[in-house]
Write a protein that binds this ligand. Structure first.
Ligand SMILES: *[C@@H]1O[C@H](CO)[C@@H](O)[C@H](O)[C@H]1NC(C)=O
Ligand SMILES: *[C@@H]1O[C@H](CO)[C@@H](O)[C@H](O)[C@H]1NC(C)=O
Ligand SMILES: *[C@@H]1O[C@H](CO)[C@@H](O)[C@H](O)[C@H]1NC(C)=O
Ligand SMILES: *[C@@H]1O[C@H](CO)[C@@H](O)[C@H](O)[C@H]1NC(C)=O
Ligand SMILES: *[C@@H]1O[C@H](CO)[C@@H](O)[C@H](O)[C@H]1NC(C)=O
Ligand SMILES: *[C@@H]1O[C@H](CO)[C@@H](O)[C@H](O)[C@H]1NC(C)=O
Ligand SMILES: *[C@@H]1O[C@H](CO)[C@@H](O)[C@H](O)[C@H]1NC(C)=O
Ligand SMILES: *[C@@H]1O[C@H](CO)[C@@H](O)[C@H](O)[C@H]1NC(C)=O
Ligand SMILES: *[C@@H]1O[C@H](CO)[C@@H](O)[C@H](O)[C@H]1NC(C)=O
Ligand SMILES: *[C@@H]1O[C@H](CO)[C@@H](O)[C@H](O)[C@H]1NC(C)=O
Ligand SMILES: *[C@@H]1O[C@H](CO)[C@@H](O)[C@H](O)[C@H]1NC(C)=O
Ligand SMILES: *[C@@H]1O[C@H](CO)[C@@H](O)[C@H](O)[C@H]1NC(C)=O
Length: 508
């Protein structure tokens, strides 16, 4: 309730003085208050006391009118909330509420002209209880969009977003809505994980929060690495295959051989003491359980060769082999055989009408047999790591002659290379034994490793079957005649196998 004297002086000021209107008494023309806090409108350079009237209004309604006649007139809603300093005319307003916002005017009437001051008070609720929520947390690269909502209590809030430390740049994929409180990323990529900062502010204070997104992607760029890396591996080698990929969450790996999944899982596949039958095309599959994508690596071809060993040349049927009949020579060994070729008496053996090679050269069938087919058959087996020879002394007997000669499997080998070996019976041998040229070899079998280390193979199996090589240039035939040996092999030195503990007539 305005007191008549105040209104009188006020209208006087308006209409008569006019010029006295101003901010003069209040230095801050704009003030900020916080809900529940206090604010003081401080009057600088107040007129000299005593004041006759001090009047405060907001939006034109009375806050307090002091002086004049009677007690202070305090406006509704201000009782207990205000204190007027009677010496300066300053006003403290306590326990602010939002609706205290308004234009505050003070009029002081002392000696002389009335003085006025004006200030605008804005009351805000502070920024607090800030949160960021995402409408989707299981994000898949290129497949998901996400809206981040920033919320806070408080009034007159303004929102800003930062991507890491940089301000958002408006782009096709980014949208700001709801007064910038909502950020939408339309198609997330793996680079959009953030942290995204929301900064909320008003004139009272500001607060910030961040959110980090988890974006699943991949698997991509599957890399298969083989250590050691080689063109081919000897059997028994240890290999490690490792697979990696760009994926989030990390991919799960499964291994495949020749396109078929193996039971092996995990990023590392260890192949220990690898065998030839493990050769093939290895690849790894990467699977991301969140993106549900599968991706395979480039395949890696692993070729494992087993060294050739225990080469053996056998014949069928068993001797005696009769002229006009047929024989099949079979050349075999353990190991990975990639190539076989045949020689007879040191010369390459070629297929003909009578001499049939199997497709893999494993067998040679001769039919019908001719006496001239007698001789030393040699089969050479090779792969990229090793090679070995096996030979057989074939004797074709005259039709009607049941007397089968001995059929001593000859062994070819040693560091000398291909050496033609002539098996002879002890009877009638005229061998010029060359000192130092004896070689002890394995049992009477027809093969031995060609590693040149026959001593390691010569275990002395069956003492009655020991054979030795002797240099021979000629030998006596069974019938007493002497045979001049031609140059049977590549080597200039020819060896014969000499049976020490002879059991003549017995094929071994
Ligand atoms: C406001 O003033 C009252 C009285 O002086 C005081 O008790 C209170 O703590 C003040 N409030 C704030 C927020 O300063
Ligand atoms: C009024 O304000 C003056 C100057 O700020 C101060 O010294 C004085 O104590 C105040 N008086 C009251 C009653 O608060
Ligand atoms: C003053 O007027 C403004 C605008 O109409 C209103 O928002 C505010 O609450 C008023 N303040 C008071 C104290 O009446
Ligand atoms: C939203 O932010 C942009 C800048 O990124 C600004 O230009 C705009 O005024 C803001 N809008 C609101 C409502 O705050
Ligand atoms: C956030 O910043 C990173 C790094 O600069 C950028 O790659 C990515 O695209 C940005 N994300 C958005 C949604 O702007
Ligand atoms: C975020 O708030 C902290 C205090 O809570 C402040 O130190 C920091 O500067 C703010 N960051 C930004 C970007 O506003
Ligand atoms: C990863 O894959 C992507 C596409 O799949 C390709 O653009 C990028 O060059 C690859 N990175 C590497 C290091 O190979
Ligand atoms: C591969 O060969 C090894 C012997 O070399 C054998 O033990 C194994 O059973 C073979 N595995 C398969 C799948 O044939
Ligand atoms: C990707 O989006 C397509 C189509 O919107 C949907 O069919 C597919 O399930 C989504 N993939 C993932 C992993 O969410
Ligand atoms: C079979 O032997 C011939 C020579 O007689 C040779 O050219 C060919 O490569 C051999 N084939 C195989 C599979 O060893
Ligand atoms: C054996 O071969 C020789 C020489 O090639 C030939 O003259 C002879 O007729 C053949 N004998 C038989 C029985 O085929
Ligand atoms: C092969 O056998 C024939 C007949 O049995 C024999 O005369 C010849 O000496 C043998 N050759 C070798 C090298 O053993």
């Amino acid at each position: 309730m305005d007191s008549p004297p105040f209104n009188f002086y006020l209208s006087l000021c308006f209409h008569v003085v006019g010029l006295c209107y101003g901010k003069g008494l209040l230095p801050a023309d704009s003030m900020v208050g916080e809900v529940s806090h206090n604010v003081t409108f401080t009057i600088v350079n107040p007129p000299s006391t005593p004041f006759r009237v001090v009047a405060w209004t907001t939006n034109g309604t009375n806050v307090i009118t002091s002086g004049g006649s009677g007690a202070d007139d305090i406006g509704t809603g201000y009782v207990g909330r205000i204190t007027l300093n009677s010496t300066t005319g300053s006003l403290e307003l306590r326990n602010l509420v939002l609706s205290d916002t308004g234009e505050y005017v003070v009029t002081i009437l002392a000696v002389g002209q009335p003085k006025e001051g004006t200030a605008t008070l804005r009351v805000y609720a502070p920024v607090s209880k800030m949160t960021i929520t995402a409408n989707n947390i299981d994000l898949v690269e290129f497949n998901s969009s996400v809206s981040l909502s920033c919320s806070s209590s408080g009034t007159s809030l303004s929102y800003r977003w930062l991507n890491g430390s940089s301000e958002f740049t408006a782009s096709d994929g980014v949208q700001l809505d709801d007064g910038n409180s909502t950020l939408t990323i339309v198609r997330v990529t793996r680079y959009d994980q953030g942290p995204f900062w929301c900064i909320v502010s008003n004139p009272i204070n500001s607060d910030n929060e961040s959110i980090t997104l988890t974006i699943s992607y991949g698997p991509e760029n599957i890399t298969l690495k083989v250590t050691p890396l080689d063109v081919l591996y000897g059997s028994g080698s240890d290999l490690t295959l490792s697979c990696s990929s760009e994926s989030s969450p990390p991919a799960q790996f499964q291994w495949a051989l020749n396109g078929e999944l193996l039971s092996n899982q995990g990023p590392v596949l260890r192949l220990e003491k690898i065998q030839a039958n493990q050769s093939g095309r290895y690849s790894c599959w990467a699977h991301n359980t969140r993106t549900l994508r599968y991706q395979t690596s480039e395949p890696s071809d692993i070729t494992v060769l087993e060294r050739i060993s225990s080469a053996k040349l056998t014949i069928s049927p068993n001797p005696p082999i009769i002229e006009g009949g047929s024989v099949t020579l079979t050349c075999d060994a353990s190991g990975s055989i990639s190539n076989r070729d045949w020689r007879k008496d040191g010369q390459p053996l070629s297929p003909s009408e009578r001499i049939i090679f199997s497709e893999d050269n494993k067998t040679v069938s001769i039919s019908p047999l001719n006496l001239t087919d007698s001789g030393i058959f040699l089969c050479h087996l090779a792969n990229l790591l090793s090679n070995e020879n096996a030979s057989y002394n074939l004797t074709v007997n005259l039709k009607g002659s049941t007397q089968g000669g001995p059929n001593v499997g000859a062994i070819v080998g040693g560091s000398l290379g291909a050496v033609a070996v002539v098996a002879v019976t002890a009877i009638g041998v005229v061998a010029a034994m060359k000192k130092g040229c004896f070689k002890k070899i394995t049992s009477g079998g027809s093969t031995v490793s060609n590693t040149g280390e026959s001593s390691t193979n010569g275990g002395g199996k069956g003492g009655n079957q020991e054979l030795n090589y002797a240099d021979i240039t000629q030998f006596q035939k069974r019938d007493g005649g002497s045979v001049q040996l031609g140059n049977l092999g590549i080597s200039s030195t020819e060896y014969a196998t000499v049976r020490v503990n002879n059991r003549p007539g017995q094929p071994t």
